[in-house]
Write a protein that binds this ligand. Structure first.
Ligand SMILES: Cc1cc2nc3c(=O)[nH]c(=O)nc-3n(C[C@H](O)[C@H](O)[C@H](O)COP(=O)(O)OP(=O)(O)OC[C@H]3O[C@@H](n4cnc5c(N)ncnc54)[C@H](O)[C@@H]3O)c2cc1C
Length: 465
C-alpha cells in the first residue's frame, strides 16, 4: 500500500554499489525503487563491443577477493560467463629506463632484478628496523620513511597511479591502504607483517588483492551491471536525479531535479549510492534534522581518459605476456600505465591482433585527460612506440573520458567518513554506501552495497509495525 509500507526502500544511484544493494534487498523480500540520474545502469562501468574488438571505458578487472563475491556471481547466474585471467598473464612490469622490466615475485629474483639499485635493495633489508610513524601520513611520507625514495618512485608511485589515478604525496596511507598501515601498527614492519599476515588471511579465507583471481565476463564488465539491472528492471527509474530527501510522518519522500515533483511513494529507508560530488549538491535540510553535506564537494575526483588501442600482433615487439606495465611519473610518459587486455582475457581482439588499454590524466596530470580525442590517441600511440616497440598502424581505437573518475582518499579524508557515520547515527533510515566510503575497487563497492543492504534490512526488521 503506497504511503504505508514499512518494507519500501529507495536506492539512489545504479552503479555497481546501488545495483548490488538492490539485488540483495530484493532477494530479502523488500520492495525497492532505484533512482538513476543517467539513462543507463552501471555508473563508471561501460563496455563497448565493436565486432571482435572490446573496449572497457572504465574499470577493466575485478578482483575476486572473498567467498562472498564468488557466491554473489553464482546467485546472479554469471558463473558460466565469468572469465578468469590467463595464467600466462601473471607477469607484471614496471617501466624503467623507458622500457618494461619484469617485477619478480621471488626474493631471489627481486635481488637479481635490474629494476632497483643495489642501495635501494640494501635499504629494503633495513625495513624491519625502522621505527613506527606518528600521525596521519601520506603514502609518500610513509614509503620514504620505511622503504626509501627509490621504492616510492619506482614501486609505489606507479601503483597509486594504477589503483587511484592518484598522487602518493596527497593520498592518505590509513584511508587508502589500511592493511599496510595495520602491518606497521601490528608488526612494526611490512616485511614481517607480510609473513605473519598471510597466516591470518588464510584463517579468514581472505585472499590478498595481489593474489586474488582477476576476473571479467565474456562481453566485459558491463555484463555484471546489465545482469543486475535486468534482475530489478521494473524497479529502476532512469533519468531521475534525486535533488532532495524530505522526512514525512511515515517515512521519506524523494524529490527529483528539474521536475520538482516528489515521488508518490513514501520510503521507510533511503540508501544513497550516488557519487560524493552529487551528494554534496543534494538538499538534506529536511530529513528530520538539518544536514549539510556541501563539504563533500572538496573530495578530489580527477578526470581520467581511457584509451583503448588495437594493433596487429606482429607490429608490437614486446611479447605482451602479462597483466601490463605500471609507469612511474619519473619516466616521463603521458600514459599512466598499459593493461594487456587481450592477453589477460579472450574475446578482446580479432585473431592476429591485440588490444591494449591505457589511462591518462588522474591527480598527477589532470589536464591531459581533457585533451581532444585525436590528441589522446596520438600521445598514447607515441608512448607505446617507445615503451613496447609498436611499429605499425593503429587497427582499432576507442577513447572515453571519465570527467570525475575516482574519489581520492587524500590526507584528512577521515572528516568525510565521520560525516557519513554522524548522519547515519542521527537520521534513522538514511544510509550511505559506495566508492567514496568503503574503498574504490569494484570488489569493495560490491561488498559495500551488499553489507549496507543487510544493515538496511536489519533496520527495517527492527521497525516492523
Ligand atoms: C577509469 C576507471 C578505471 C577503473 N578501474 C578499476 C579496475 O580495473 N578495477 C577495480 O576494481 N576498480 C576500478 N575502478 C573503480 C571502480 O570502477 C569504481 O570505484 C566503482 O565502479 C564505483 O561504483 P559506484 O556504484 O560506487 O559508483 P558509480 O559507478 O560512480 O555510480 C554512481 C551512480 O549514481 C548515479 N547518481 C549520482 N548522483 C545521483 C543522484 N543525485 N540521483 C540519482 N543517481 C545519481 C550516477 O549517475 C551513477 O550511475 C575504476 C574506475 C574508473 C573511473
Amino acid at each position: 500500500m503506497v504511503g504505508n509500507d514499512n518494507r519500501r526502500i529507495a536506492i539512489i544511484g545504479a552503479g555497481i554499489t546501488g545495483l548490488s544493494a538492490a539485488f540483495q534487498l530484493k532477494k530479502l523480500g523488500f520492495k525497492i525503487t532505484v533512482f538513476e540520474a543517467s539513462s543507463r545502469p552501471g555508473g563508471v562501468i561501460r563496455t563497448v563491443r565493436e565486432k571482435e574488438w572490446l573496449a572497457e571505458c572504465g574499470p577493466n578487472t575485478l578482483l575476486e577477493t572473498t567467498p562472498t563475491l564468488k557466491q554473489f556471481f553464482k546467485e546472479i547466474n554469471l558463473e558460466s560467463r565469468k572469465l578468469y585471467s590467463s595464467p600466462d598473464a601473471e607477469n607484471r612490469y614496471i617501466a624503467r629506463y623507458k622500457r618494461p622490466i619484469i617485477l619478480s615475485s621471488s626474493p631471489i629474483g627481486f635481488f637479481l632484478s635490474e629494476l632497483y639499485s643495489a642501495s635501494a635493495k640494501f635499504r629494503l633489508l633495513m625495513e624491519p628496523f625502522v621505527s613506527r610513524g606518528r600521525g596521519e601520513e601520506s603514502v609518500a611520507e610513509f614509503v620514504k620513511r620505511r622503504l626509501g625514495q627509490e621504492f616510492l618512485d619506482y614501486a609505489i608511485d606507479p601503483l597509486v597511479s594504477g589503483i587511484y589515478a592518484g598522487d602518493p604525496y596527497k593520498i592518505s596511507l590509513i584511508h587508502s591502504f589500511v592493511k599496510v598501515y595495520n602491518l606497521e601498527a601490528k608488526y612494526g614492519s611490512l616485511i614481517l607483517g607480510q609473513i605473519f599476515g598471510a597466516r591470518e588471511r588464510k584463517k579468514r579465507q581472505e585472499i590478498s588483492k595481489a593474489n586474488a583471481p582477476k576476473i571479467t565476463f565474456d562481453d566485459g564488465l558491463q555484463v555484471l551491471t546489465d545482469t543486475l539491472a535486468d534482475y530489478i528492471k521494473d524497479s529502476i527509474k532512469f533519468n531521475c536525479e534525486v535533488s532532495e530527501i524530505i522526512k514525512t510522518e511515515d517515512g521519506y519522500k524523494i524529490v527529483l531535479k528539474n521536475s520538482g515533483v516528489d515521488s508518490e511513494e513514501i520510503f521507510s529507508a533511503v540508501l544513497v549510492t550516488s557519487t560524493a560530488y552529487k551528494l554534496a549538491e543534494m538538499n538534506l535540510s529536511n530529513v528530520g534534522k538539518y544536514i549539510d553535506l556541501s563539504e563533500l564537494e572538496k573530495i578530489e575526483y580527477p578526470p581520467v581518459a581511457s584509451v583503448v588501442l588495437g594493433y596487429k600482433r606482429e607490429d608490437v615487439k614486446h611479447p605482451i605476456n602479462g597483466f601490463g606495465v605500471l609507469i612511474p611519473r619519473k619516466e616521463g610518459f603521458r600514459i599512466l600505465g598499459a593493461i594487456f587486455s587481450s592477453s589477460l582475457f579472450p574475446y578482446r581482439a580479432p585473431a592476429g591482433y591485440l588490444t591494449l588499454t591505457m589511462y591518462l590524466g588522474g591527480a598527477q596530470n589532470p589536464d591531459i585527460a581533457l585533451k581532444p580525442e585525436s590528441e589522446l590517441i596520438k600521445m598514447t600511440d607515441e608512448d607505446l612506440r617507445v615503451l613496447l616497440g609498436v611499429n605499425g598502424k593503429i587497427a582499432f581505437a576507442y577513447t572515453a573520458l571519465n570527467k570525475k573518475a575516482i574519489p581520492q582518499y587524500n590526507v584528512g579524508y577521515g572528516k568525510f567518513l565521520k560525516l557519513f557515520d554522524d548522519v547515519e547515527n542521527s537520521v534513522p533510515g538514511l544510509f550511505f554506501a559506495g566508492n567514496y566510503r568503503s574503498g574504490v575497487s569494484l570488489s569493495d563497492s560490491i561488498h559495500s552495497g551488499l553489507n549496507t543492504a543487510n544493515k538496511v534490512a536489519q533496520f527495517l526488521e527492527g521497525h516492523k509495525e
